[in-house]
Design a binder for this molecule. Structure first.
Ligand code: BES
Ligand code: MN
Ligand code: ZN
Length: 501
C-alpha cells in the first residue's frame, strides 16, 4: 500500500524520485499553480517556457515529464494539468484528479513529492486523497512483477503555517482513501473468490481489526427469521446468502444512520438469465455493500460523533433447479408478499429485507446504495448516480454532499403513478417489476414500500459509476471505483456536526 505523509520541507530540498507541480491554462498560455515556486526557481524562472516547448497545455489529465536541473534533489519533475487557471484557488476536485494523474503516471517510482496547491487543510486533503486513490492497483491475479508497482510513498508538500491542520488533513485522506481502496478490492475480486460467505468473513475480520461489532446471519438464521427476499434470490446458488450487520457507535452520538448495501456477489440474472454481453461485469453487483462497509469503517477511523449501522445484503443470483422461478411468490421479511416476475430484478428483493430489518431499529435516516438498474445508467450515464428519497430535503442534501466530495449525482423523482404497474399486475402484494419506462424510478418505488412509517430514506442507484470500464482518468482506475463511499462519509460527518440527521 502506498504510504502517505505530509512535509513542510521545501520542494527543492526533498529527496524523491519525482516532484509533481501543477500547470493550468491561462488567458495567455500556461501558468504554474501555487506550490511550484521553488521548482520554478531551480529552472531559473523558465519552467513555463520549458513545459510549453514540451507541448504542455495545462489540460486536465495531462502529464508532462522534465528532467530536473541542478538544485533539485528529485531526478524528475512531473507537471500535471489542472484545467482552466483559477484566480481564487483551484477546485478541490481538480486537485484530486491532478494528484491522481500524477500517482498513476509515477507507478513504479519509490517516492514522489506533490508540490501542488496545498495551502488550506481542504487542499492538502484533496491532494492526499487524489494521490492515494490514483496509486491504487489490483494485482491479486497477476504474476509477480508483471505490472508496475504503485508508487511506494507520496509526500504532500504543505506550507509551514498550519502544519498541524495539514497533518490531520492527510490522516483524514488516508482513512477515507484506504477504505475506498478496500471497497475497490472487494469489487474487483473475482466472483469465484468473493461470495456471500467469504464477503461476510472479510467484513468480520476487518470489523474486528477496527473494533466494530459485526453480526452475520447465515442461511439457517435467515430462514428462521423469515428473510424471504435474501433466501429467494440466493436459492439458485451453491453459495447461500448472508445478512451482515456492522455497527459503529459513538458515546456522544445524537443520531443514528443506517446504511444498506446491495451485495449481489454475482448477478447472472437467475432464471431470467442475462445474455452474453450483459454479464461479464456483474461481479460489480455488490459495489453497494462494499461502499457501505467502507463507509462504516471510515466513520470509525474518523471517530465521527454519530452512530452508523451498515447492513450488507449478500446473495449470489444464479439459475439452477432450486432457483426462484419467474412466477414464484416470496414472503419477505416483515410479511409482505412479492411475485417475482423477473429474477433479474433481484437487488430490490434483498434490499427490501434489509430495509425492513434496519427499520426495526428506528434509525433517523436510512440510505441504501445499490447497482440497481440499467435504466439509471441509460438516464444518467456512467459517472453519475441517481438520488431518490421519500424526503425532498434529504434528497437535496445527499445531492449537495456528493458534489462537495467530488462525486457526481442527480436527484430523481419517485412518481406515484409508476407504483400501479407493480401492484395491479400481480397476485401478491407487489410484483418485483412494473412499467419498463422509468425503470430506475420503479425500482426506487418498490424499495419505498418497505420503509417503515416516519423514517427518512434515500436510495442511491450507483449502477453507472460503480464500475469503470474505459481508460482510467484522474484518480479513477479501471474496475471498481468505490462510488458513494465519500458521499456516505460526508453525510455522516455532516450529521455528526449538526447533532441530528
Ligand atoms: N445488477 C443489475 C443492474 C445493473 C445493470 C448494474 C448494469 C450495473 C450495470 C440489476 O440486478 C438488473 O438486472 N436490473 C434489471 C431490472 C429489470 C429486470 C427490471 C435491469 O436493469 O435490466
Ligand atoms: Mn439483476
Ligand atoms: Zn443486480
Amino acid at each position: 500500500m502506498t504510504a502517505l505523509s505530509v512535509s513542510t520541507s521545501s520542494a527543492a530540498s526533498l529527496r524523491a524520485d519525482a516532484l509533481v507541480v501543477g500547470v493550468a491554462k491561462g488567458p495567455k498560455g500556461i501558468v504554474l499553480a501555487p506550490g511550484s515556486e521553488a521548482v520554478n526557481e531551480a529552472f531559473e524562472g523558465k519552467l513555463t517556457e520549458v513545459l510549453s516547448t514540451l507541448g504542455a497545455t495545462g489540460a486536465e489529465g495531462e502529464a508532462v515529464k522534465v528532467p530536473s536541473p541542478a538544485g533539485l534533489k528529485a531526478a524528475l519533475v512531473l507537471a500535471v494539468g489542472l484545467g482552466e487557471a483559477a484566480e481564487t484557488g483551484y477546485q478541490l476536485e481538480a486537485l484530486r484528479r491532478a494528484a491522481g494523474v500524477a500517482a498513476r503516471t509515477l507507478a513504479g517510482a519509490k517516492k514522489a513529492a506533490l508540490a501542488l496547491p496545498a495551502e488550506s487543510a481542504d487542499e492538502v486533503e484533496a491532494v492526499a486523497l487524489g494521490g492515494l486513490l490514483g496509486s491504487y492497483s489490483f494485482g491479486t491475479y497477476k504474476a509477480d512483477g508483471s505490472g508496475k508497482e504503485p508508487v511506494g510513498e507520496l509526500v504532500v508538500l504543505a506550507p509551514r503555517k498550519g502544519s498541524k491542520d495539514a497533518k490531520a488533513a492527510v490522516e483524514r485522506a488516508a482513512a477515507v482513501g484506504e477504505e475506498m481502496n478496500r471497497a475497490r478490492d472487494l469489487v474487483n475480486t473475482a466472483p469465484n473468490d468473493l461470495n456471500p460467505k467469504s464477503f461476510a468473513a472479510i467484513a468480520q475480520a476487518a470489523g474486528k481489526e477496527h473494533g466494530l461489532k459485526v453480526e452475520v446471519l447465515d442461511e439457517k438464521a435467515l430462514l428462521k427469521g423469515g428473510f424471504g427476499g435474501l433466501l429467494g434470490v440466493g436459492n439458485g446458488s451453491d453459495n447461500p446468502p448472508r445478512l451482515v450487520k456492522v455497527a459503529y457507535t459513538h458515546p456522544k452520538a445524537k443520531a443514528t444512520l443506517a446504511f444498506i448495501g446491495k451485495g449481489i456477489t454475482y448477478d447472472s440474472g437467475g432464471i431470467s438469465l442475462k445474455p452474453a454481453g450483459h454479464n461479464e461485469t456483474m461481479k460489480c453487483d455488490m459495489a453497494g455493500a462494499a461502499a457501505v462497509f467502507a463507509a462504516v469503517v471510515a466513520a470509525k477511523r474518523l471517530g465521527l460523533a454519530v452512530n452508523v449501522t451498515g447492513w450488507l445484503a449478500l446473495a449470489e443470483n444464479m439459475p439452477s433447479g432450486s432457483a426462484t422461478r419467474p412466477g414464484d411468490v416470496l414472503r419477505m421479511y416483515g410479511g409482505k408478499t412479492v411475485e417475482v416476475l423477473n429474477t433479474d430484478a433481484e437487488g430490490r428483493l434483498v434490499l427490501a429485507d434489509a430495509i425492513v430489518r434496519a427499520g426495526e431499529e428506528n434509525p433517523d435516516v436510512i440510505v441504501d446504495v445499490a447497482t440497481l438498474t440499467g435504466a439509471m445508467v441509460l438516464a444518467l450515464g456512467n459517472r453519475t448516480f441517481g438520488v431518490m428519497s421519500n424526503n425532498d430535503e434529504l434528497r437535496a442534501t445527499l445531492h449537495t454532499v456528493s458534489g462537495e466530495v467530488g462525486e457526481q449525482s442527480w436527484p430523481m423523482p419517485l412518481p406515484a403513478e409508476l407504483r400501479k404497474g407493480m401492484t395491479e399486475s400481480t397476485i401478491a402484494d407487489l410484483a418485483n417489476m412494473g412499467e419498463r419506462m422509468g425503470g430506475g424510478l420503479v425500482a426506487g418505488l418498490f424499495l419505498k414500500e418497505f420503509v417503515a412509517e416516519g423514517i427518512d430514506w434515500a436510495h442511491l442507484d450507483i449502477a453507472g459509476p460503480a464500475f469503470h470500464e474505459s481508460a482510467p482518468f484522474g484518480y479513477t482506475p479501471k474496475g471498481g471505483t468505490a462510488s458513494a463511499v465519500r458521499t456516505l462519509v460526508r453525510f455522516a460527518e455532516q450529521t455528526a456536526a449538526g447533532g441530528k440527521a
